[in-house]
Design a protein around this ligand. Structure first.
Ligand code: ZN
Length: 333
């Protein structure tokens, strides 16, 4: 919790390679994904969701996940996670020695049936099977249960907080090592985040591991800020804010990684991430995805001259020359 005078480090997990890429038309070549992961790692990112083990006929963008995961596993200190929709996906994640596999559960019954073809309680049952499989295999792959549409749903409308918390408890009881909350369609606001996350933290304690916010209505950063105030220390984000949701019309992607890191570092939370390097990678990604809509604000004007990276200490201002030299421009590669 935020009792110390020194703000705690915060983990920003990159999910653009999964949540972002699965929702856009362009299929990014495997080599580009490997380049992305290497550059993100070089910029200091230490948790990356590298893909999902879903049938290739459903998501051709994710067909190379095993190969991408294998490469990510070679980078020192990098935690490579994958999304899994079911036991079969879990078997692939265990086989590929993912550090973490995330089983999504939609608290909205309508979204769950449309997206996962299962009721939420059937997903809880699948979690129990996955936990049994993981334990029987002797695998070290951690299991995260991600409760999505936690603040409402485009298909169902209201999702009751009591149902969100019931399902979170059920996932824990079924064997999830950790649980998280996701605002899949961008319905959350800071007040709602404070109410629900406070209860989730009380329920799950140390096993509550983070938040996942979409910026559909421009509140992703405000929602992260609200959760940080409660002591949450891990958030998902997507470089250039790419992505959306196939079942959420008009949805934009996750919080843009670069903007989120900027907000956290400006608030002197150390993320371990080199922002100029991340901005250069953002430009690279934009070049790789011609015609795709990207988001975010920081890239437009670059870092302020007064910006000091949290890990360099409050007193150390980035020199004007360095900040200018790293200003991203259209020509940056
Ligand atoms: Zn998402």
């Amino acid at each position: 919790m935020t009792t110390s005078t020194t703000p705690a480090p915060i983990i920003v997990r990159e999910v653009g390679l999964r949540d972002g890429l699965q929702s856009i038309a362009t299929v990014l070549a495997t080599e580009r994904k490997l380049d992305w992961i290497e550059a993100a790692h070089a910029a200091g990112q230490r948790e990356i969701e590298v893909g999902s083990f879903v049938p290739a006929r459903h998501l051709p963008q994710m067909a190379d996940t095993a190969r991408v995961l294998a490469h990510a596993r070679t980078l020192p200190g990098l935690k490579a996670s994958v999304l899994i929709p079911n036991l079969r996906g879990a078997q692939a994640a265990i086989e590929g020695q993912a550090h973490l596999m995330l089983l999504p559960l939609s608290a909205s019954h309508a979204h769950s049936l449309a997206n996962l073809r299962r009721t939420p309680d059937e997903v809880v049952t699948e979690m129990a099977r996955i936990r049994a499989e993981r334990d029987a295999s002797g695998s070290a792959t951690l299991i995260e249960g991600g409760v999505g549409t936690a603040f409402g749903c485009t298909l169902q409308g209201e999702v009751r907080p009591g149902e969100v918390l019931r399902l979170m408890q059920a996932l824990l009881d079924a064997g999830a090592d950790q649980v998280s909350l996701a605002d899949t369609v961008g319905y959350a606001d800071p007040q709602a985040v404070m109410r629900l996350f406070e209860q989730a933290l009380r329920l799950a304690g140390d096993r509550f591991c983070g938040g996942h916010f979409h910026d559909t209505r421009g509140l992703a950063l405000a929602n992260v800020h609200a959760a940080v105030g409660l002591g949450v220390r891990r958030f998902d984000a997507s470089l250039a804010g790419i992505g959306g949701c196939p079942h959420a019309p008009g949805a934009s992607g996750n919080a843009a990684t670069e903007d989120l890191v900027f907000m956290l570092e400006a608030g002197v939370h150390d993320t371990g991430i080199d922002l100029p390097a991340l901005l250069a990678l953002r430009q690279q990604l934009v070049d790789w995805l011609p015609g795709e809509t990207t988001h975010g604000s920081l890239w437009r004007a670059g870092l302020p001259r007064t910006f000091a990276r949290a890990s360099q200490g409050l007193a150390t201002a980035v020199s004007q020359g360095r900040a200018q030299a790293h200003q991203p421009g259209r020509s940056t590669t």
